[in-house]
Ligand binder design. Structure first.
Ligand SMILES: Nc1ncnc2c1ncn2[C@@H]1O[C@H](COP(=O)(O)OS(=O)(=O)O)[C@@H](OP(=O)(O)O)[C@H]1O
Ligand SMILES: [Mg+2]
Ligand SMILES: [Mg+2]
Ligand SMILES: [Mg+2]
Length: 333
């Protein structure tokens, strides 16, 4: 009998790999007219739309009944005002799909991502480009896809086209990693263009003073000041590894860094499920522990948002209790 979710794993890898291809293509050709500013002032590019369409098309083909909670929607691509953007996204999408889609199908495929999520049944969650600002800078970004069953993440695939095999990168390292995990089956890494998988384990470090931590590149997404104060409480002397996207979870899962802190800066901001589903399962399956800043498990059963959580603390299981205490001490002072 094939292992649990074997077909979903294979198809998710295929979908994420093709979406990464489209992102890389866009980066080589991106013009400023291909970036739109969303109502929350965050950027979205033709890569985000194309990657969502590509993944949605491949999933619709193989799992037509399973809905998607995706970050993007087709609003900016609609009507006369959206024509230029729509045509560019269509061209990009079809450049990596085996069966081309029509202009009309394109918007419907992107809008398969509008599912509300929740605690029952199966749904995918997709961040077509996580770390869009990193993508625009030529830094780290990730295509993140996860399968949620009855409110629990069961499978995750993350493509990181600019990520070296390890930090600090060896000079000869080529970039481009793909992370794969299924609950109970471990966490794996492969090169984007290969299917040889390496089993990942978090670092075994137990002395927190020797730890290194990673955090968001953007201070608006995670408080750099609080993270610095927390690292001082733990006796950490190494500088933080600042990086966009769920690549941070990948770095914890493979032991490049020991602690990922996401400390809320805006009490009104609620984290999105697509920003954490894949990464949190990766770290858990690599032997780590992921909670919010209050020590609660991330609850993916509440719809599109992590309404019951604030922030993230992801570390090896061995370091979690002391890091969690330092976070609490800092946030309650
Ligand atoms: N205020 C605030 N607080 C916390 N998080 C926020 C906030 N605003 C946006 N976002 C989400 O952050 C996602 C990328 O953040 P990362 O930490 O992964 O990378 S970064 O270094 O900050 O770019 C980013 O994901 P993408 O939009 O997919 O790039 C957002 O969903
Ligand atoms: Mg975004
Ligand atoms: Mg994101
Ligand atoms: Mg995104």
């Amino acid at each position: 009998m094939p292992p649990f979710l074997a077909l979903e794993r294979k198809v998710a890898i295929e979908a994420v790999t093709r979406a990464c291809r489209v992102c890389q293509k866009v980066f080589r050709q991106l013009a400023s007219s291909e970036t739109v500013v969303k109502s929350d002032h965050s950027p979205v590019t033709v890569a985000d739309y194309s990657a969502q369409a590509v993944v949605s098309s491949i999933l619709a083909d193989r799992f037509p009944q399973v809905p998607i909670v995706g970050e993007e929607n087709s609003q900016a691509l609609q009507g006369e005002a959206g024509r230029t953007l729509r045509q560019r996204v269509l061209e990009l999408t079809n450049s990596v799909l085996d069966c081309p889609v029509t202009e009309h199908e394109l918007c419907s495929l992107i809008d398969r991502g509008t599912y509300a999520g929740g605690a029952t049944g199966q749904h995918w969650t997709l961040d077509p480009v996580d770390g869009t600002k990193g993508f625009l800078r030529g830094d780290q970004y990730a295509v993140c896809l996860a399968l949620i069953i009855n409110g629990e993440v069961q499978l995750g695939v993350m493509g990181c086209p600019n990520l070296p095999k390890a930090f600090p990168p060896a000079v000869e390292d080529s970039r481009g990693c793909l992370f794969v995990t299924v609950r109970g089956q471990g966490a794996f890494q492969r090169a984007l263009d290969s299917d040889n998988e390496t089993l990942l384990r978090v670092s075994e470090l137990t002395n927190s003073t020797l730890a290194s931590f990673c955090e968001s590149y953007e201070a608006g997404h995670s408080s750099h000041a609080d993270a610095l104060a927390i690292s001082k409480r733990l006796g950490i002397t190494k500088p933080s590894l600042r990086m966009d996207s769920q690549c941070k979870y990948g770095c914890i899962a493979r032991g490049d860094a020991n602690i990922y802190l996401r400390i809320p800066t805006n009490p009104k901001y609620v984290e999105k499920i697509w920003d954490h589903a894949t990464g949190s399962l990766l770290v858990t399956e690599a032997g780590g522990k992921v909670t919010d800043v209050d020590g609660k498990p991330l609850d993916f059963s509440q719809g599109r948002l992590l309404t019951r959580n604030r922030g993230v603390v992801a570390t090896s299981a061995a370091l979690h209790a002391q890091v969690q205490k330092a976070v609490q001490d800092q946030l309650s002072q």
